[in-house]
Ligand binder design. Structure first.
Ligand code: PEP
Ligand code: MG
Length: 574
């Protein structure tokens, strides 16, 4: 049995698909003259194989993602068909007597560098395509299998060191039944993605990707955070039963779907909303009874692609969500890139501490053009529903003011162009940096609402990297320092007549629900699948009980004490 971190609930049993990081070893020794023809043939076979693969991928992408999204593979195929590129590699093998893979590597590096140094943004972006194709050719020349989560043809449990957002974006969602990864914590993007796909996941397993072999039978228990590899008959039987029980429990919770999240005595009602990453997630949000979208993470629109989405494309995505949710509110968070989220087409600096670096609003304020394109798209979409804007990673009043100044410019432009938008659109900020939580009274005067981003707030308050499984035990939502900051934010907003929500993962934790309710949060936004569990807790308490629990928690001195009390509360209302 492997113990990891329970990242997404549920139980699955199935065959392992191991996503390996392949090691590429380039042979740099010189070849002899008589080896030249064989080496050229190796190269040509590699090209042919790469073409075959890319055509298949392109056809699949066209079927599943539409022609526009499949275009990138045309660019890849074009590189393979470029006679100058091909001849240069052939000549290199012949004249410099280098191995096929070494010749490809050198020529690709040359072109990548050349494109990277170009002025034109579009051409600059092509460097990534050439690098991608180059790697594919080299792998094919070396006979290294190329894995992708896109072309699975049977149900699998994905085992990997870690999953990048683009791995998960490309994958065949019908076939992937669960994740188990070496890296990550509860708030890593693998975990968040698993919850939004409603599949079980266990992360932070250490080295499971090295120990599992393709085809092994794996049990992923996302409730307890454990994984079994090739379990014995007894365990298998036990887990088959547990899986059925869990499915029944989910069915029970579904019955709460259309009931309000109000306390037993009807003294207090909170809004339960869903976090989404793409317009496709709206369906799951509505199916689980979300009263709104409390966090639309727009960065996914920017991530799985080769160039920036333009205003029109963004507008269409935001409009689609606004219309589908209307009249329910949709909080669109502006681009939160950096940290563990990189964009392939945007040069991001290598940083020693990316989570403390050039990310989110900081990057947007330094790139007002890019930022304004997004703001214009959100504003235009606001005409079609109940949209609110939210800035991530605000740490000071001046950042908020600078962001608002760009928003005003975008509004002016649209007014001049005669393009309609919601003139009363609310603008809020994420409170996810301790400095913002501490000066919440100052910020409250200039925002319409706050949304507490506990994923980052906890990591910054406790100085615990949210991605580092080695210190996952220190990542503690119930630390008294975190609870005091949350209280400070809620109180400051209410004093100023504003409202506060929470969109970090803590919002979806049933154990935290009594405290958050008692502290007076107005909205809780979470993975859609957590809504009914949290609702169940809220509906089982009176408002007075919740306030007393919150008060008691604030007087306690350690997370252990607080959690013990909360466990008892949940036991009682079970
Ligand atoms: C957070 O930090 O709590 C949050 C919701 O944002 P993200 O997880 O996208 O950083
Ligand atoms: Mg955050």
């Amino acid at each position: 049995m492997y113990q990891g971190i329970a990242a997404s609930p549920g139980i699955e049993i199935g065959k392992a698909f191991v996503l390996k990081e392949s090691e590429i070893n380039i042979n740099t020794t010189k070849i002899t003259e008589d080896m030249i023809p064989a080496e050229i043939k190796r190269f040509e076979d590699g090209i042919a194989k790469s073409r075959e693969q890319l055509i298949k991928i392109k056809e699949k992408a066209e079927r599943e993602l539409g022609t526009d999204n499949a275009k990138i593979f045309d660019a890849h195929i074009m590189v393979l068909d470029d006679p100058i590129f091909i001849d240069e590699i052939r000549e290199k093998i012949k004249n410099e007597r280098v191995t096929a893979e070494n010749a490809v590597y050198q020529v690709v590096e040359k072109y990548v560098e050349m494109f990277q140094n170009m002025e034109d943004e579009y051409l600059k972006e092509r460097a990534a395509d050439i690098k991608d194709v180059g790697e594919r050719i080299i792998k094919n020349v070396l006979g290294i299998p190329i894995q992708s989560l896109a072309d699975l043809d049977e149900d699998v449990i994905v085992i990997a060191k870690d999953l990048t957002p683009s791995d998960t974006a490309q994958m065949n969602k019908e076939k992937v039944k669960a994740f188990a990864t070496d890296m990550g914590g509860r708030t890593s993007h693998t975990a968040i993605m698993a919850r939004s796909l409603e599949i079980p996941a266990v992360v932070g397993l250490g080295s499971i990707s090295k120990e599992v072999i393709e085809g092994d039978i794996v049990i992923v228990d996302g409730n307890k955070g454990v994984v079994f590899v090739n379990p014995d008959e007894e365990t298998l039987q036990q887990y088959n039963n547990l899986k059925l029980e869990y499915m029944k429990y989910r069915e029970e919770l579904k019955k709460l779907r259309d009931l309000p999240a109000e306390t037993k005595d009807r003294e207090r009602r909170v809004e339960l909303a869903a976090n989404i990453g793409t317009p496709k997630d709206v369906k799951g949000a509505l199916e689980n009874g979300a009263e709104g979208i409390g966090l639309y993470r727009t960065e996914f629109l920017y991530m799985d692609r080769e160039s920036l989405p333009d205003e029109e494309e963004q507008f269409q995505a935001y409009k689609q969500v606004a219309e589908a949710m209307n009249p329910r509110p949709v909080i669109i968070r502006t681009l939160d890139i950096g940290g563990d989220k990189k964009l392939p087409f945007l040069e991001m600096p290598q940083e020693l501490n990316p989570f403390l670096g050039w990310r989110a609003i900081r990057m947007c304020l330094d790139n007002p053009h890019l930022f304004k394109v997004q703001l214009r798209a959100i504003l235009r979409a606001s005409h079609y529903g109940n949209i609110k804007i939210m800035y991530p990673m605000i740490s000071s009043l001046s950042e908020l003011r600078r962001a608002n100044a760009i928003l005003e410019e975008a509004k002016d432009e649209l007014r001049k162009e005669g393009k309609p938008f919601d003139e009363n659109l609310e603008v809020g900020i994420m409170v996810e940096i301790p400095s913002a939580a501490v000066i919440a009274d100052i910020l409250a005067k200039e925002v319409d609402f706050f949304s507490i981003g506990t994923n980052d707030l906890i990591q910054y308050t406790l100085a615990v990297d949210r991605m580092n499984e080695k210190i996952a035990n220190l990542y503690e939502p119930f630390h008294p320092a975190v609870l005091r900051l949350i209280k400070n934010v809620i109180d400051a907003s209410h004093k100023a007549g504003k409202w506060t929500g929470m969109c970090g993962e803590m919002a979806g934790d049933p154990l935290a629900a009594p405290i958050l309710l008692g502290l007076g949060l107005d909205e809780l936004s979470m993975s859609a699948t957590s809504i009914s569990q949290v609702k169940k807790v809220i509906r089982s308490l009176t408002y007075d009980q919740a306030r007393q629990i919150a008060q008691k928690a604030l007087e306690m001195e350690s997370p252990e004490e607080i959690k013990e009390m909360l466990q008892k509360v949940l036991e009682e209302i079970k």
